[in-house]
Write a protein that binds this ligand. Structure first.
Ligand SMILES: *Cc1c(COP(=O)(O)O)cnc(C)c1O
Length: 234
């Protein structure tokens, strides 16, 4: 199957998942995760009409952004180190991986210098996996509140990376919990905070995530095929 055929299949499955739970497919943004993949793969989807791509490394995102058409929207979905904030702010239309006040402050500083307001999501390690980034379910409300006070960035919602599981149903409670956390935060009515976006669901579990309220799904393998980390040095 070609990348565009894979892509069409994913968009059909997104529509079917929306249908099952009475949602409008327009509420769900498909982020095609192109990390480690060559620019020609991205271009073939671009020519097919897709504009929204996800990368997990700042350097790779910036290189692709400067080589490829300027109307592509780049989402930074991977962990962000403070020394990469400047480039991230310039190239990303949204940063999904804010997980500390220090990182938010660094983004605020860079964005303010450029008179930008960067849309961000706060990453929550819902499943409390040791290997994962993200703030805790307990701390996220306070963190969102603090970030709401900073200039230069705007918290749009929450993001999580669910565990790798054999049966995607196992992640349903993780997605449901992230949704509940966002509802609870909205009920607190913090200044400058209204959380609309839930970035959750990947190749193995995006349909379940949609049933639980995802507004952004991050799908790589199901579109571009398996990644070969050996060749790219990751
Ligand atoms: C790589 C990656 C994805 C996509 O994973 P697939 O299983 O290939 O769909 C989604 N989110 C994040 C944060 C990633 O790093």
């Amino acid at each position: 199957m070609s990348i565009t055929e894979n892509y069409d299949r994913v968009t059909e499955r997104i529509a079917a998942a929306c249908e099952r739970c009475g949602r409008d497919p327009k509420e769900v943004t498909l982020i095609a995760v192109s990390k480690t993949k060559p620019e020609e793969d991205i271009l073939s989807l671009y020519e097919h009409g897709h504009r929204v791509f996800g990368e997990n490394r700042v350097q790779e995102m910036c290189r692709k952004a400067s080589d490829l058409p300027s109307d592509i929207k780049w989402h930074l979905i991977g962990h962000l180190q403070q020394n990469k904030v400047k480039n991230a702010v310039q190239a990303a239309c949204m940063i999904h991986s804010v997980d500390s006040l220090k990182l938010a402050q660094a983004i605020s500083k860079e964005a303010s210098k450029r008179f930008l307001t960067v849309p961000v999501l706060v990453e929550v390690n819902v499943a409390e996996e040791e290997s994962k980034f993200g703030t805790t379910s307990e701390e996220v409300a306070d963190l969102v509140k603090e970030i709401g006070l900073l200039p230069g960035l705007s918290v749009k919602g929450l993001m999580t990376v669910a565990p790798f599981v054999a049966d995607p149903e196992e992640n349903r409670p993780v997605f449901r919990k992230l949704k509940q956390i966002s509802v609870d935060i909205n009920n607190k009515k913090f200044d400058n905070i209204y959380l609309n976006e839930l970035s959750m669901g990947m190749t193995n579990d995006y349909e379940i995530a949609i049933e639980e309220g995802a507004t952004m799904v991050r799908v790589g393998t199901a579109i571009f095929g398996e990644r070969n980390y050996g060749i790219t040095g990751e």
